[in-house]
Design a protein around this ligand. Sequence first.
Ligand SMILES: *Cc1c(COP(=O)(O)O)cnc(C)c1O
Length: 378
Amino acid sequence: MKPIQMVDTKGQYLKIKQAIQQGIEEVLESAAYINGPAVQRFTQSLNQYMGSKHTIPCANGTDALQIALMALGLQPGDEVITPSFTYIATTEVVALLRLTPVFVDVDPVTFCIDPEALQKAITPKTKAIVPVHLYGQAANMEAIMAIANAHNIYVIEDNAQAIGCAYTFSNGKTVKTGTIGHIGCTSFYPSKNLGAYGDGGAIFTNDDALAEKIKMIANHGQKERYYHEVVGCNSRLDAIQAAILDVKLKHLDEYIAARNAAAAFYNNAFANNAAITIPGVANYTNHVYHQYTLVLNGINRNALNTYLAEQKIPSMIYYPVPGHKQKMFSTFGLPEVNLPVTDWLTERVISLPMHTELDNEQLEYISSHVLKFVNNNI
Ligand SMILES: *Cc1c(COP(=O)(O)O)cnc(C)c1O
């Protein structure tokens, strides 16, 4: 059996090695290392794949979120509602811009922001909502957009874990996540579903004025060279990464299918086990399984993690400390919040190996060891 990894980026690379090397070689030969044809080509391919009006590439997913927030022209102290149960980047950028993060709870089945909790958290100072399509399925965007529109609030989708995910509205219309809110953001961090071989990110919007601002902010606040209209930053997608991503984008749907096949194997193995809850998928979204995350019921998670490690099976806790309990926010004078679902999930979730290269032998080995531990420890 091949050694089991949480993510097997190398195994995936070996299958597309020739095309990747050709892409890199072309950039090297072109000497267009910054914003050249490779970046333009990938930006167009991605824009088309997403069905977005505008796609603006940038240096990483965290920058994408920061630039998106900067484009909204918010003032210090304006409130931005986000889930606490997410990767830190979502809320870090809010704090970095001296905006006030307002943490709300998530849905216990989808792990995404709970629209009811969101509704309750709105105040006259609320200016934006950042829902996260956590682990690869969409938050309830129809409900979120309805609340946002009723209160004139911006929505920035954190689509870092869900690129390629499709959302279906109640009228039957299906679109890609990241193109529903006013702005969508994604990351090409190597382990993400569309991973570069280094850092990268992108911003999506259907709004022409926001697209202009985003482009300007990502480029030192200038439209015309050396004429800086606003304070911006320097956030570019590297040309070599763009060439790599352009090759990988052609395989994204096939990668999503491979992740779904692995998830189906796990789901089947763990079905009807009272001690394990398999990922629940809402009817308005498909799942691109950035992570395959179980909720344990009455199982000692650390002991399971140790047992699996002894069997050479990696497993991870995403995330061990939710945002509202991070020390970094302690100087912000934020009011105490009570997020029972977030706290409950934080103590019970465990993610199993999930990537495009898992074979049935590995999946059988992983799931049988999980079951062995669970069934012997109840
Ligand atoms: C990975 C990730 C980010 C940040 O992306 P980087 O490219 O690592 O900066 C933001 N939000 C979420 C939910 C992520 O998983």
